[in-house]
Design a protein around this ligand. Structure first.
Ligand code: FE2
Length: 249
Protein backbone atom coordinates (compact mmCIF):
# COMPACT_ATOMS: atom_id res chain seq x y z
CA UNK A 1 0.00 0.00 0.00
CA UNK A 2 1.40 3.34 -0.95
CA UNK A 3 0.56 6.81 0.25
CA UNK A 4 -0.53 9.40 -2.26
CA UNK A 5 0.78 12.94 -2.13
CA UNK A 6 -2.78 14.15 -1.64
CA UNK A 7 -3.19 11.89 1.36
CA UNK A 8 0.11 12.99 2.83
CA UNK A 9 -0.85 16.65 2.56
CA UNK A 10 -4.13 15.87 4.33
CA UNK A 11 -2.14 14.38 7.18
CA UNK A 12 0.06 17.45 7.30
CA UNK A 13 -3.01 19.67 7.26
CA UNK A 14 -4.45 17.79 10.21
CA UNK A 15 -1.25 17.87 12.18
CA UNK A 16 -0.86 21.52 13.14
CA UNK A 17 2.38 22.71 14.72
CA UNK A 18 5.22 20.28 14.29
CA UNK A 19 3.30 18.32 11.71
CA UNK A 20 5.18 16.22 9.24
CA UNK A 21 6.46 17.45 5.98
CA UNK A 22 6.59 14.46 3.80
CA UNK A 23 9.69 12.61 2.81
CA UNK A 24 7.87 11.24 -0.19
CA UNK A 25 10.32 10.76 -2.97
CA UNK A 26 8.42 11.80 -6.02
CA UNK A 27 6.30 8.71 -6.52
CA UNK A 28 3.22 9.41 -8.51
CA UNK A 29 -0.26 8.95 -7.21
CA UNK A 30 -0.75 5.37 -6.16
CA UNK A 31 -3.43 3.43 -4.42
CA UNK A 32 -5.67 5.64 -2.32
CA UNK A 33 -6.86 3.06 0.10
CA UNK A 34 -4.42 3.76 2.94
CA UNK A 35 -6.09 5.64 5.77
CA UNK A 36 -4.79 8.93 7.10
CA UNK A 37 -4.00 7.26 10.40
CA UNK A 38 -1.78 4.75 8.64
CA UNK A 39 -0.15 7.52 6.66
CA UNK A 40 0.66 9.41 9.84
CA UNK A 41 2.64 6.46 11.10
CA UNK A 42 4.56 6.22 7.83
CA UNK A 43 5.57 9.86 7.36
CA UNK A 44 8.43 10.84 9.67
CA UNK A 45 8.20 14.09 11.58
CA UNK A 46 9.88 17.01 9.84
CA UNK A 47 12.91 17.85 11.92
CA UNK A 48 13.22 21.28 10.32
CA UNK A 49 10.07 22.37 12.14
CA UNK A 50 10.50 20.52 15.41
CA UNK A 51 11.27 23.63 17.49
CA UNK A 52 13.31 21.64 19.98
CA UNK A 53 16.45 23.76 20.33
CA UNK A 54 17.82 23.98 23.86
CA UNK A 55 20.22 26.61 25.20
CA UNK A 56 23.84 25.53 25.64
CA UNK A 57 25.24 26.27 29.10
CA UNK A 58 28.00 28.83 29.47
CA UNK A 59 31.32 27.03 28.93
CA UNK A 60 33.11 29.17 31.54
CA UNK A 61 32.64 30.56 35.05
CA UNK A 62 30.90 33.95 34.58
CA UNK A 63 32.42 35.26 37.82
CA UNK A 64 35.94 34.91 36.38
CA UNK A 65 35.91 37.15 33.31
CA UNK A 66 38.17 40.19 33.36
CA UNK A 67 36.26 43.46 32.89
CA UNK A 68 32.92 41.86 32.02
CA UNK A 69 30.59 41.41 34.97
CA UNK A 70 28.78 38.25 35.98
CA UNK A 71 25.52 40.20 36.00
CA UNK A 72 25.96 41.27 32.39
CA UNK A 73 26.98 37.82 31.15
CA UNK A 74 24.11 36.11 32.92
CA UNK A 75 21.60 38.63 31.62
CA UNK A 76 23.04 38.32 28.11
CA UNK A 77 22.94 34.53 28.20
CA UNK A 78 19.50 34.27 29.72
CA UNK A 79 17.61 37.10 28.07
CA UNK A 80 19.22 37.67 24.68
CA UNK A 81 20.58 34.24 23.82
CA UNK A 82 17.91 32.33 25.76
CA UNK A 83 15.24 34.50 24.21
CA UNK A 84 16.57 33.73 20.73
CA UNK A 85 16.42 29.99 21.39
CA UNK A 86 12.81 30.23 22.55
CA UNK A 87 11.88 32.43 19.61
CA UNK A 88 13.52 30.06 17.11
CA UNK A 89 11.48 27.18 18.51
CA UNK A 90 8.28 29.19 18.26
CA UNK A 91 9.11 30.30 14.72
CA UNK A 92 9.79 26.75 13.51
CA UNK A 93 6.52 25.50 14.93
CA UNK A 94 4.65 28.47 13.51
CA UNK A 95 6.08 27.74 10.06
CA UNK A 96 4.80 24.18 10.30
CA UNK A 97 1.31 25.30 11.20
CA UNK A 98 1.32 28.00 8.48
CA UNK A 99 2.07 25.33 5.90
CA UNK A 100 -1.34 23.93 6.60
CA UNK A 101 -3.10 27.24 5.89
CA UNK A 102 -4.23 26.84 2.31
CA UNK A 103 -5.08 30.50 1.68
CA UNK A 104 -2.17 32.07 3.52
CA UNK A 105 -0.61 34.88 1.46
CA UNK A 106 3.05 34.10 0.62
CA UNK A 107 4.23 37.45 2.02
CA UNK A 108 2.95 36.50 5.47
CA UNK A 109 4.89 33.24 5.25
CA UNK A 110 7.87 35.34 4.19
CA UNK A 111 7.65 37.39 7.37
CA UNK A 112 8.09 34.31 9.49
CA UNK A 113 10.82 32.94 7.19
CA UNK A 114 12.69 36.19 7.88
CA UNK A 115 12.32 35.55 11.60
CA UNK A 116 13.69 32.04 11.08
CA UNK A 117 16.86 33.59 9.64
CA UNK A 118 17.10 36.27 12.37
CA UNK A 119 16.69 33.80 15.22
CA UNK A 120 18.96 31.17 13.70
CA UNK A 121 21.69 33.77 13.25
CA UNK A 122 21.29 34.94 16.83
CA UNK A 123 21.43 31.44 18.29
CA UNK A 124 24.45 30.33 16.25
CA UNK A 125 26.47 33.52 16.70
CA UNK A 126 25.76 33.72 20.44
CA UNK A 127 26.93 30.13 20.86
CA UNK A 128 30.16 30.95 19.04
CA UNK A 129 30.54 34.15 21.09
CA UNK A 130 30.09 32.55 24.50
CA UNK A 131 32.16 29.61 23.26
CA UNK A 132 35.19 31.82 22.61
CA UNK A 133 35.12 33.56 26.00
CA UNK A 134 36.65 32.37 29.25
CA UNK A 135 40.30 32.24 28.18
CA UNK A 136 43.39 34.24 29.07
CA UNK A 137 43.38 36.38 25.90
CA UNK A 138 46.86 35.21 24.88
CA UNK A 139 46.80 34.15 21.26
CA UNK A 140 48.79 31.12 20.23
CA UNK A 141 48.64 28.10 17.97
CA UNK A 142 47.64 27.62 14.34
CA UNK A 143 45.23 30.54 14.26
CA UNK A 144 48.16 32.89 14.84
CA UNK A 145 49.85 31.40 11.76
CA UNK A 146 46.69 32.06 9.75
CA UNK A 147 46.43 35.59 11.11
CA UNK A 148 50.05 36.35 10.22
CA UNK A 149 49.56 34.87 6.76
CA UNK A 150 46.64 37.17 6.01
CA UNK A 151 47.34 40.27 8.12
CA UNK A 152 51.12 40.38 8.30
CA UNK A 153 51.28 40.35 12.09
CA UNK A 154 49.06 39.61 15.06
CA UNK A 155 49.16 43.30 16.01
CA UNK A 156 47.93 44.41 12.58
CA UNK A 157 45.14 41.86 12.71
CA UNK A 158 44.09 42.92 16.21
CA UNK A 159 44.03 46.58 15.22
CA UNK A 160 41.79 45.80 12.25
CA UNK A 161 39.54 43.51 14.30
CA UNK A 162 39.08 46.24 16.92
CA UNK A 163 38.52 48.93 14.30
CA UNK A 164 35.85 46.77 12.68
CA UNK A 165 34.20 46.18 16.06
CA UNK A 166 34.33 49.84 17.05
CA UNK A 167 32.69 50.74 13.76
CA UNK A 168 29.63 48.93 15.15
CA UNK A 169 29.72 50.73 18.50
CA UNK A 170 26.46 52.33 19.56
CA UNK A 171 24.42 50.11 17.33
CA UNK A 172 24.20 46.44 16.67
CA UNK A 173 26.07 43.68 14.92
CA UNK A 174 28.91 41.22 15.05
CA UNK A 175 32.60 41.20 14.21
CA UNK A 176 33.75 37.83 12.98
CA UNK A 177 37.22 36.54 12.21
CA UNK A 178 36.34 34.11 9.46
CA UNK A 179 37.95 31.63 7.15
CA UNK A 180 36.04 31.89 3.90
CA UNK A 181 35.50 28.36 2.62
CA UNK A 182 34.89 29.64 -0.92
CA UNK A 183 37.71 32.13 -1.36
CA UNK A 184 40.16 30.42 0.97
CA UNK A 185 40.85 33.80 2.60
CA UNK A 186 40.83 34.99 6.20
CA UNK A 187 39.04 38.26 6.99
CA UNK A 188 37.49 40.20 9.84
CA UNK A 189 33.94 40.43 8.63
CA UNK A 190 31.56 43.21 9.65
CA UNK A 191 27.99 42.04 10.28
CA UNK A 192 25.21 44.56 10.76
CA UNK A 193 22.77 42.07 12.31
CA UNK A 194 22.13 38.37 12.92
CA UNK A 195 21.37 37.83 9.22
CA UNK A 196 24.35 39.68 7.86
CA UNK A 197 27.33 37.51 7.20
CA UNK A 198 29.70 36.82 4.34
CA UNK A 199 28.56 33.70 2.47
CA UNK A 200 30.77 30.71 3.29
CA UNK A 201 32.48 32.57 6.11
CA UNK A 202 33.46 29.98 8.72
CA UNK A 203 33.57 31.74 12.12
CA UNK A 204 36.79 31.40 14.08
CA UNK A 205 36.36 34.27 16.56
CA UNK A 206 33.03 35.98 17.17
CA UNK A 207 32.47 39.30 18.98
CA UNK A 208 28.97 40.46 19.88
CA UNK A 209 28.67 44.22 19.26
CA UNK A 210 25.02 44.60 20.18
CA UNK A 211 24.65 47.16 22.95
CA UNK A 212 23.19 44.51 25.23
CA UNK A 213 26.64 42.87 25.25
CA UNK A 214 28.31 45.81 27.04
CA UNK A 215 25.98 48.66 27.97
CA UNK A 216 25.39 47.42 31.53
CA UNK A 217 29.15 47.58 32.26
CA UNK A 218 30.44 50.27 29.95
CA UNK A 219 27.53 52.46 28.90
CA UNK A 220 28.28 53.84 25.47
CA UNK A 221 32.05 53.19 25.78
CA UNK A 222 32.07 50.35 23.28
CA UNK A 223 35.84 50.49 22.72
CA UNK A 224 36.48 49.64 26.39
CA UNK A 225 34.27 46.59 26.05
CA UNK A 226 36.19 45.52 22.94
CA UNK A 227 39.45 45.77 24.93
CA UNK A 228 37.91 43.70 27.74
CA UNK A 229 36.68 41.10 25.27
CA UNK A 230 40.20 40.65 23.89
CA UNK A 231 41.49 39.90 27.39
CA UNK A 232 39.04 37.03 27.74
CA UNK A 233 39.35 35.29 24.39
CA UNK A 234 39.69 31.54 24.66
CA UNK A 235 42.25 30.95 21.91
CA UNK A 236 42.21 27.19 22.54
CA UNK A 237 38.61 27.19 21.35
CA UNK A 238 39.55 29.33 18.35
CA UNK A 239 42.27 26.82 17.45
CA UNK A 240 39.77 23.99 17.84
CA UNK A 241 37.59 25.76 15.27
CA UNK A 242 40.55 26.07 12.91
CA UNK A 243 40.99 22.30 13.11
CA UNK A 244 37.25 21.71 12.70
CA UNK A 245 37.22 23.96 9.66
CA UNK A 246 40.13 22.05 8.09
CA UNK A 247 38.29 18.77 8.54
CA UNK A 248 35.11 20.13 6.98
CA UNK A 249 36.85 21.83 4.09
FE1 FE2 B 1 24.10 39.23 22.17
Amino acid sequence: MGVSRRQAMKVIAAGGAGAALTSLTGRDEVEASTTEEQAATIIPPARAFSGQHAPKPLPFDPTKLKGISEKLIKSHWENNYGGAVKALNAVEQRLASMLTEKDLPPYLYGDVKREELVRTGSVVLHEYYFGNLGGDGKASGKVVDLIKQWFGSYEQWEAEFKKTANALGGGSGWTILSYNLHTGEVHNYWAWDHMHNAPMGYPLLVLDMYEHAYHMDYGAAAAKYVDAFMQNVNWDEVNRRVEEMRIRR
